[in-house]
Design a protein around this ligand. Structure first.
Ligand code: ADP
Length: 187
């Protein structure tokens, strides 16, 4: 009997993608024939990059690193519905620590109960065990060096975005006086 073709989706927020995610993707590439990185569009978290920007950044990495069998797209709604639409055999998720296990366990059980789809977990290498997109955004906003934790092009985009956000915040502050009234002159 021939080997079965296995297609996996790797869903997440990827806001932005980190070396931890990439570590899971690289390991996943050895297990699956096709791996679709699926950027969730649902606005559950405080997002820094739009889904389109996140897809664009990931596509750039796939291209730069010649990641064969890997693609990226965004999706709306339930992960299991998206998985069914893509005819995916499994959902891939990454694990960093025991804290992740509890949440991921529940999620995997629910997805299996509602859609009969299996979840495959890959543990990240120790060096990325503490890396999360949330932490990356916080450290970057305080000016910390993140060059070991995210790819260079993502780091540059992140710095640019935070600079723009700071600038916008400063501008909106100067347009509001201490009584909270807008002081910007109407033209
Ligand atoms: P979500 O909001 O769905 O958790 P994330 O983008 O935060 O989206 O994560 C997507 C997947 O990648 C999740 O399975 C998460 O546990 C995993 N992940 C995130 N960071 C790391 C990391 N440093 N190492 C391994 N897996 C990770």
């Amino acid at each position: 009997m021939g080997k079965k073709f296995v297609r996996a989706i790797f869903p997440g927020s990827f806001d932005p993608i980190t070396n931890g995610h990439l570590d899971v993707i690289n390991r996943g590439m050895k297990l699956f024939d096709e791996l679709i990185i699926a950027v969730g569009r649902s606005p559950v978290k405080n997002q820094l990059f739009t889904p389109e920007e996140r897809v664009e950044m990931i596509a750039e990495l796939i291209h730069q690193r010649r990641m064969r069998g890997v693609s990226v797209e965004s999706f709306d709604g339930l992960t299991v519905e998206y998985a069914a639409k893509k005819k995916a055999d499994v959902i891939l998720r990454g694990l960093r620590s025991l804290t992740d296990v509890q949440y991921e366990f529940q999620l995997a059980m629910t997805n299996r109960a509602v859609a009969g789809i299996e979840t495959v977990f890959i543990m990240t290498s120790e060096q990325y065990g503490f890396t999360s997109s949330t932490l990356i955004r916080e450290v970057a906003s305080l000016g910390g060096d993140l060059s070991n934790l995210i790819p260079e092009n993502i780091y540059n985009r992140l710095k640019q975005r935070l600079k723009k956000a700071k600038h916008e915040a400063r501008n909106s502050k100067s347009e509001t006086n201490t009584n909270g009234q807008n002081t910007k002159r109407k033209t």
